[in-house]
Design a protein around this ligand. Structure first.
Ligand code: ADP
Length: 260
């Protein structure tokens, strides 16, 4: 049997109810149990409104559940003060969003360095880290540029650099390829795959089966519940992709007959 401490992230009976007790009450998450191992690569999929963003936000401490618990490295997040949660975020979590949340009034270098500047890290260490990470993500030539002159793919690389700058174990991404074309999406997923091979744990929300086929595990959410978990194991990416497409297709067929 596994104990909680074996997992980097764990949700126990996670429930989120918006507008509780009101006429527009919505149960976004309904008693979700999920454990994520170190070096896992999990994609969360499901139809629009199924609870994916709420789940990732509750798991990554950006939102609070109505009931249930979240453990990061075995520590109950809900029992922590907001100061300790901020420290946890800084040390353990890197975020990548669809809209990449870059600050366009700052250049690429300062966007990447921002978390370390805020934490008052020695400028020489910041400089070394920014250059090292920019080189890894192939954007060294952009460091002095303004972010609003960068392409969508470059902006997501900058966003990944910023997420990596504090050396977190876990990278959380919500629809990171949402604004990218197919070529840039595949390039971004190859970067995520490489990061996972280097030891990072990844938790990514996507609606795209092709993107999900890069993962090791797929968590399929429907109406706030986990409907199915698929594991890639030794399957080819193509076979895994076909399995993922089949769960999606099953859902669309059910929705079609419910609405017609
Ligand atoms: P997904 O990411 O799968 O599209 P969400 O987690 O965004 O799903 O939403 C799950 C459900 O919760 C949806 O019915 C959505 O309308 C509702 N919801 C999400 N955020 C809020 C909010 N801030 N207030 C009220 N309802 C919300």
């Amino acid at each position: 049997m596994k104990f909680i401490k074996d997992y980097i992230l764990e949700a126990e009976n996670l429930t989120k109810i918006y507008n509780q007790g009101m006429s527009d009450e919505t149960i976004a998450l309904d008693h979700i149990n999920l454990a994520i191992d170190e070096e896992d690569f999990v994609c969360i999929m499901g139809p629009s409104g199924s609870g994916k963003t709420t789940l990732i936000n509750c798991l990554s401490t950006l939102d609070k559940p109505t009931s249930g618990k979240v453990f990061i490295n075995g520590e109950n997040v809900l029992a922590m003060t907001s100061r300790v949660i901020s420290e946890y975020r800084y040390e353990n979590l890197g975020y990548v969003f669809q809209s990449n949340n870059l600050i366009d009034s700052m250049n690429v270098y300062d966007n990447i360095a921002a978390p370390l500047i805020l934490a008052k890290v020695d400028p020489n260490i910041i400089d070394q880290k920014v250059k090292e990470i920019a080189e890894k993500l192939n954007i060294s030539h952009l460091l002095s540029h303004s972010t609003d002159h960068c392409s969508g793919g470059e902006r997501q690389r900058i966003s990944i650099c910023r997420a990596l700058i504090t050396s977190p174990k876990l990278i959380v991404a919500d629809e990171p390829t949402g604004n990218l074309d197919s070529k840039n999406s595949h390039e971004l997923m190859s970067i995520f795959k490489q990061l996972n091979e280097e030891g990072k744990t990844l938790l990514i929300v996507t609606h795209d089966p092709m993107i999900a086929s890069y993962s090791k595990r797929l968590v399929y959410v429907h109406d706030g519940k986990i409907q199915k978990i698929l594991e890639r194991k030794n399957k080819s990416q193509q076979d895994y992709f076909n399995e993922i497409v089949n769960i999606n297709a099953g859902d669309y067929i059910k929705m079609f007959f419910k609405n017609n």
